[in-house]
Design a protein around this ligand. Structure first.
Ligand SMILES: Cc1cc2nc3c(=O)[nH]c(=O)nc-3n(C[C@H](O)[C@H](O)[C@H](O)COP(=O)(O)OP(=O)(O)OC[C@H]3O[C@@H](n4cnc5c(N)ncnc54)[C@H](O)[C@@H]3O)c2cc1C
Length: 394
């Protein structure tokens, strides 16, 4: 795989299109961030992606994940790559310094996500939803749950999952059946089956935090009756919680990502947010995931364009009009091929401009000093996020 992080194009978007450094300096939370610092961060992320993740892309996809005695094993090299990611402080990039985060803009996280997904989509599926879970718990979990679980997400010691889908409920979450019953002391017993759960089990972290949509007794029918529960793989007393991985999905392209069937058998869980308010709480996570899915589209478009360019510069067929270099010239010199290559390039550059713009509005929405500017930015980000997801992945 010949992909190289497109750092010059990224810098162009940050510096000339978004003028991000000026915007950051106007926001107290990011006043210390300038273009030099931003590019240093992205250069480090590029090094990690190119040197650690790219070499594991093909091998990871060929090997895939295995399920042995209820435990998922990721491909060779994946746990070590995750350790390097944690040691590099990458999970903490855009998290609150009060929780151990680095307090850098979400815009830089978006650029990093592009690199992680371009270099190894299967591996990046494990880390990709962590920031969404962090935002969801920060916005909706009790102070006690936050104190117990947020530091682990920020440091990377734990990885989260989002458990929505059930066999009979995909797009239509109103059909969810998984249930949660109070068993005292704020604890709930969660019972039901979930499927297609990305990172539902793995060997990258000891603990896994499942964020599960379920129904409390007497909950209204449909999506208004859903509550969100935090269900850890391991309980505080060191016991394994009653969450079991019963199977792995077979699929193309991201075989290194464990897409799990999970069985909750009265597993201990804690309510996040209000009873029956689960969908609104989960939406914080789903929204972050939507932007990331869009960035996955950008990542693949960029990687595809780079492969196409390299091949077109190497492959020689026919003599090029006006440019003939020999008996047969690189196909990149033929006008029709130039058009194809330029169109691919324009599309990925355009996607990067729009995707990073959206991420930048998230920063303005969270950190601008002026409340009116925050509101406007928040509305723009809400408008752009589904467009980014749908358009980029198409
Ligand atoms: C690789 C992978 C990873 C996943 N990871 C997770 C995860 O981590 N957590 C999780 O909870 N889920 C996960 N999912 C599940 C994913 O969220 C569901 O696949 C998705 O919600 C769609 O559900 P479904 O597959 O049952 O399709 P269905 O809902 O059965 O839909 C089938 C088709 O009908 C279309 N359709 C449905 N309703 C309408 C409508 N009203 N109008 C027009 N078209 C419609 C859909 O767009 C789709 O094309 C994952 C799926 C995959 C493939």
């Amino acid at each position: 795989m010949a992909w190289k992080a497109p750092l010059a194009d990224m810098q162009f978007v940050l510096q000339h299109w978004l003028r991000a450094d000026r915007a950051w300096q106007a926001m107290p939370a990011y006043a210390e961030v300038d273009l030099d610092l931003a590019m240093q961060v992205l250069e480090q992320a590029a090094r990690f992606s190119e040197q650690v993740l790219v070499p594991l892309n093909t091998t990871g996809d060929r090997q895939g994940c295995t399920l042995e005695h209820g435990n998922v094993r990721t491909p060779q090299g994946f746990p070590a790559a995750y350790r390097a990611y944690v040691e590099g402080g990458w999970p903490a990039l855009a998290c609150d310094p009060a929780l151990g985060g680095q307090g850098l803009p979400v815009l830089l996280d978006a650029a990093m996500q592009e690199m992680l997904f371009a270099s190894n989509h299967g591996w990046a599926m494990y880390t990709g939803i962590a920031h969404g879970a962090y935002l969801c718990l920060k916005a909706h979990a009790s102070a006690e749950l936050q104190a117990r679980y947020l530091p682990g997400i920020v440091s990377g010691a734990t990885l989260p999952t989002m458990c929505l889908t059930e066999p009979q409920a995909g797009s239509d979450l109103g059909l969810l059946r998984c249930r949660a019953e109070a068993v005292g002391e704020g604890r709930y017993a969660v019972t039901g089956n979930k499927l297609f759960i990305s990172g539902g089990d793995h060997d990258l972290t000891h603990d896994i935090l499942h964020l599960v949509l379920a129904r409390l007794p007497g909950a209204p029918a449909g999506s208004r009756g859903l509550s969100l529960l935090l269900v850890p793989k391991w309980l505080e007393d060191g016991q394994r919680n009653a969450v079991h991985c019963d199977g792995l999905e077979h699929k193309l392209g991201i075989r290194a990502s464990a897409t799990c069937t999970l069985r909750f058998e009265g597993a201990s869980g804690w309510l996040v947010g209000q009873a029956h308010g689960g969908l609104a709480a989960m939406f914080v996570m789903m929204n972050a995931a939507r932007l990331h899915v869009g960035l996955q589209g950008l990542a693949h478009a960029e990687a595809a364009w780079q492969c196409a360019r390299d091949y077109a510069l190497e492959r020689r067929q026919m003599r090029a009009v006006g440019h003939a270099l020999g008996d047969a010239d690189p196909i990149a010199l033929h006008p029709a091929m130039r058009q194809v290559l330029l169109e691919l390039r324009v599309r990925s550059e355009g996607m990067r401009a729009l995707g990073y713009w959206t991420a930048h509005w998230l920063d303005v929405a969270a950190a601008a000093a002026d409340p009116a500017q925050r509101t406007k930015a928040s509305k723009l980000a809400a408008l752009l996020t589904p467009i980014v997801k749908a358009a980029f992945t198409d």
